[in-house]
Design a protein around this ligand. Structure first.
Ligand SMILES: NC(=O)c1ccc[n+]([C@@H]2O[C@H](COP(=O)([O-])OP(=O)(O)OC[C@H]3O[C@@H](n4cnc5c(N)ncnc54)[C@H](OP(=O)(O)O)[C@@H]3O)[C@@H](O)[C@H]2O)c1
Length: 409
């Protein structure tokens, strides 16, 4: 049974530790390490008591009133035997722009149950779990690592910062559970790792999806511009308002526009990216337009990504295909609609739509932890193509900066 070895961060299995008598009776393990003691139930950190721990915690992360007591009569919740798919959320909070709380709500709305979280360290995981308990009104366990979390759920949703995605992806792979990962799958300088992970998911037949939700709004585009769908796609433009400036602004947004292009034109692994330009290569650029062409055989699409830094909500978002544009409007309770000319079409939250589709894939067969449970090569290929195009775009931008100097391109 894994045990936390140190107070903050380093975790791993401790071999040969004797089981206590009380553990056999209650299913709760008590471990002492690094000057603190911690109680776990089915691997989850339920209570942490510490004198030396840099973050002093003594918390029970469970909404016990709602859960039936277990057979031991010790007041602890019964092991959840749920028919709803059990979701583990890696990076469940929102320190900057993380969508953890929204992804949790979307999972629950789709009929799944967020039963556990992990975070940058055990203490932060406990805090995030507590916040979710308040929102979801049921027990949420805090696990000390993504790996441990993955062992107790049917699927992982990774909402941590991009630099931490690989850890969650490796945990999902190691455990054999389907995974929905925030975009970008990995930061651009880790493209090779991302491609290898993607390939490992494909080889093992484990579902992997990336949270690129904008293709879900394309039906609104077709509705607001009748006839557009019948014509070949020549140009795709998208406008977004990320919170950061400069290169980070592009890194944050590029997978979105790529995913929209992919939903319109079936670009494959031989896709080349050409003619990459930007209007402002400055490190602190508040506005930028990145343009490039995607080419594969006879297919060619000219792409524009218009970015304007926007630190607060509501952020602008628009989409145009062959020059026909729709703009997002956000109403009370974050209700979304898209407008063109004087017409408006309501759109159910694209994030919810995407999560719904992911949860729908978590059929009992797909939840089995055995090789080759889910065959979804198309999804894996979409992600791999995005990773390669993303890398090519950044290479093109760097070349442009070297050739023309900052501010040019
Ligand atoms: N699809 C979209 O439209 C959309 C929109 C916004 C963001 N995103 C994506 O969401 C992801 C997170 O955004 P962000 O970077 O702004 O996140 P963030 O808000 O800084 O953090 C999100 C959560 O991850 C936790 N976390 C931080 N480091 C971690 C680690 N090493 N391991 C596990 N959890 C960790 C944070 O905990 P602490 O509080 O301890 O830091 C927090 O709970 C990014 O990939 C971003 O691109 C997507």
């Amino acid at each position: 049974m894994p045990a936390v070895q140190e107070c903050c961060g380093a975790v791993g299995p401790r071999e040969g530790e004797p089981e206590r008598e009380s553990e056999r009776q209650t299913g709760v393990q008590v471990r002492s390490a690094g000057g603190h003691e911690e109680e776990r139930f089915e691997g989850a950190v339920l209570v942490r008591k510490s004198e030396k721990c840099c973050v002093s915690l003594c918390q029970i992360v469970a909404h016990r009133a709602e859960l039936p007591a277990n057979a031991h009569g010790n007041g602890l919740p019964a092991s959840p035997v749920l028919s709803a798919p059990r979701i583990g959320l890696v990076g469940a909070g929102r320190s900057k722009n993380g969508l953890g709380p929204f992804l949790a709500a979307a999972c629950e709305a789709a009929g799944a149950r967020v039963v556990g979280v992990s975070g940058r360290n055990p203490a932060r995981a406990v805090e995030a779990a507590e916040q979710l308990v308040g929102r979801l009104q049921h027990a949420v366990a805090a696990y000390s690592s993504a790996r441990l979390l993955a062992q107790h759920v049917d699927a992982l949703v990774i909402a941590s910062p991009a630099e931490a995605h690989a850890e969650g992806l490796v945990a999902a792979l190691a455990t054999g559970v389907p995974c929905l990962c925030e975009k970008p799958l990995v930061p651009v300088d880790r493209t090779a790792d991302g491609l290898a992970l993607c390939e490992a998911f494909r080889r093992r037949g484990i579902l992997l999806a990336e949270n690129c939700q904008w293709p879900q709004v394309l039906p609104a585009l077709w509705q607001l511009h009748p006839g557009l769908q019948e014509r070949p796609v020549q140009t795709v433009a998208m406008g977004l308002g990320p919170s950061q400036a400069g290169r980070a602004m592009i890194e944050d947004s590029i997978s979105h526009v790529l995913s929209v292009v992919q939903a319109l034109v079936p670009f494959g692994m031989d896709t080349a990216v050409a003619g990459v330009r930007q209007t402002d290569a400055g490190e602190r650029a508040e506005q930028n337009v990145v343009t490039f062409r995607m080419v594969e055989g006879a297919r060619e699409v000219a792409v524009e990504l218009h970015l304007r830094r926007c630190p607060v909500q509501p952020r602008p978002a628009w989409l145009a295909v062959n020059g026909a544009r729709i703009d997002r409007r956000i109403g009370p309770n974050y209700e979304q609609s898209f407008v063109a000319a004087n017409e408006s079409v309501p759109v159910s939250d694209p994030l919810h739509q995407l999560v719904y589709a992911f949860v729908a894939h978590l059929t009992p067969r797909n939840r089995e932890r055995s090789p080759a449970t889910v065959a979804s090569p198309a999804l894996h290929e979409l992600i791999a193509v995005r990773l390669r195009c993303q890398e090519a775009i950044f290479r093109g931008l760097e070349r442009g900066s070297r050739e023309f100097g900052a501010g040019g391109g």
